[in-house]
Design a binder for this molecule. Sequence first.
Ligand code: NAP
Length: 247
Amino acid sequence: MAIAEGRVALVTGAGQGIGRAIALALAGEGADVAVTDVNPSGAEEAAAAVAAAGRKSWALTGDVSDFGAAREMTEKVLQDSGRIDILVNNAGITRDGLLMRMKEQDWDSVLAVNLKGGFNFCRAVVPGMVKRRWGRIINMSSVVGVMGNAGQVNYAASKAGLIGLTKSLAREVAVRGVTVNAVAPGFIDTAMTQALPEKVRMALQQQIPAGKLGQVEDVVAATLFLASPGAGYITGQVLHVNGGMYT
Ligand code: NAP
């Protein structure tokens, strides 16, 4: 049986990249999927792809860092379907630079999207999950959140913060049948890493024992596993998907 048959999922930042692939994979596993993104055309295109796979879809546009907008987006899905069973907090941004040169705005925006965005959506969906005694929350962290990375104090802090949120919320809701886990990708071949200069990409590759960047499908597989019935006794964990870069 498909692992998400009859479930309703919401994926943030699903207009492209890893989030879009997760949204489509959940649809392929039988879930209706709400696609949220700050970019309306990305959200609409991905929602249309979910619908083409035969599942109900929602295209929701809004900024995850806006508490009210996150509530409005989830309310729309809850009004239509009565529930959200699977939440994937995937939206994320980078504003890289050495601390000595980092602008306050670059710190604030990365923390707001990557960390507060996760809080906003958990806050909106957890009460319903707890009431229904079933839920799966997967927070997209990063290898950088556990290793650190020069030039990314803001991003690393946000991704480490997501792990703290994951472990704490997992303890709060485990008894209600809700699991909360994080996926920590290493360097994955997406727009985010394609934006890096070729020299930096090559240097990164040399740090990866597997000798290559990961693919979106590697992150999708880990996320689907954590959303699956078989992962029901796994909570508060960080699943690393990094080709051995951090062990
Ligand atoms: P991506 O291609 O840049 O996709 C991120 C998506 O999030 C984009 O569609 C983006 O929209 C959307 N987004 C940005 N800010 C938002 C906001 N305020 N509200 C709602 N949506 C917003 O990135 P990706 O590589 O797929 O990464 C997905 C997640 O995995 C991120 O959390 C990232 O930190 C994490 N991750 C990625 C890697 C990697 O190597 N790629 C490694 C570790 C962790 P627009 O871009 O259209 O504005």
